[in-house]
Ligand binder design. Sequence first.
Ligand code: F6P
Length: 538
Amino acid sequence: MKLANKNPLKLKAWKKLEEHFKVTKNIRIDEYFKKNILRAKEMSCSWEDFFIDYSKNKIDQKSLMLLKDLAIEANLSEEIKAYFSGEKINKTEKRAVLHTALRSFSNEPFILDGKDIMHDIRVVRDKMKEFSDKIISGEWKGFSGKPITHVVNIGIGGSDLGPSMVVEALSFYKNHINTYFISNIEGDHVREVLKKCPIESTLFVIVSKTFKTQETISNANTVKKWFLESTSQGSISKHFIAISTNLDEVSEFGIDQQNVFPIKDWVGGRFSLWSAVGLSISLSIGYENFEALLKGAGSMDLHFKNAPIEDNIPIILSFISIWYNNFYKSESEAIIPYSEYLKSFPSYLQQASMESNGKSIDRNGDLITYQTGTLIWGATGTNAQHAFFQLIHQGTKLIPADFIGFKTSLYGETDHQDKLISNFFAQTEALMVGKSKNDLNKENVIDELIPFKTFEGNKPSNTILIEKLNPYNLGALIAIYEHKIFTLGVLWNIYSYDQWGVELGKKLADKVLEDFESNTNNTHDKSTNQLIKLYKDL
Ligand code: F6P
């Protein structure tokens, strides 16, 4: 199928949305509630353990209807089919985008280049299960005969953020293995992690799709050197595992063939936690829990693939993003999980979303004249309330926010849970309703303080309320955002699955390093030359 590649500004629905925006932009959200007593019900939906309330938005049924027309004009349904059927929708790298196949457990084939890839996926899953079972049960022994107690994942970007976020999020389900993550090329951090790891019982999992990433390979080499200071080459096979597409580089590094878990080029780095890249997850929570994570995502895949646009959760959430980003011109979106378990979820989404949709060239190779890729940021509630919520409530910027929470406390801490969730709900209410001069008068607030104590309100939010944090629901939650990212890419007419923008800095870092080594400080711009001179005392 040829992708539609339509400039959204030229679509009929876009023009209608512009007209509709002019008419509705100043209507307050609480006005909508007054006009339509069914709004809360009409603008919310349930799916499995999820309840999504998008009624607290500056949006009405007509905006949603026009956004649906936009999606139809942009051929969204066709694009979803192309995405799931293994077409090479990552055009600039000539690759399919098939992380959804990794979480399929049906008998349906996933065909790529005429071949069903499900067989290879099942082989890797079996290998992950077998290996995880051996490590967790203690059957796998380190070089001195001791079982493995520590796992260190060495990877960066998608080879780190997904696994580390999930391991942290599912720490309630964690076994006895101590799991650490080394990502940054900061020797001090490598040393801090190694300090905690007994050499005889630590497993190093080197994760790099390309096996060429400077940070990962340097860190892996440092760790290998540290390991070989007190052991022999023959012990490497008991302690080093590699996950990669680049099998030649892996064997060059010295990792045994049987210790390699292959991944394929149709898995994008930032969507790879579902593949063997998720081995640290499976080692930390057991393969069965890892499989539940996959199944939750798989169930959301089916919802996204089959639900009509008006009931489709990722699509609705992407419509809301388009409305704020392109019409209200808001620049960012806050992600506020009311769960410390999800502390790293905003950073995980930063890569997933901003590396995907931070693009200024459209699918035709033309410069874009509209806004794409929202800035994603956030932190957990209630901490965030005591940090940056002031700006969301009373600042000058419009910041749509996703509030995410779980109904159940995993340890049955109901008193805390009630307080946590009351804060969650109260914030979304305060953001929308605000506090008027009248309210303050009734409280006898003195006149000169009234402007400062007034809350304009009318600040939008989505609520994602989930029964319980478990592997299955976490998988589904991540998949919602993945498909939202896909949908936004289609509507913005950009390619979401390449990331050329990260290349230049990597190349220049190599050049700066060369200059450090040769004590040269005249090959860059004047500012950079000056920095090199300063750093190297030239
Ligand atoms: O620099 C960006 C990036 O290419 C990401 O897309 C990727 O997740 C990360 O680097 C790590 O790449 P690799 O897994 O090949 O080491």
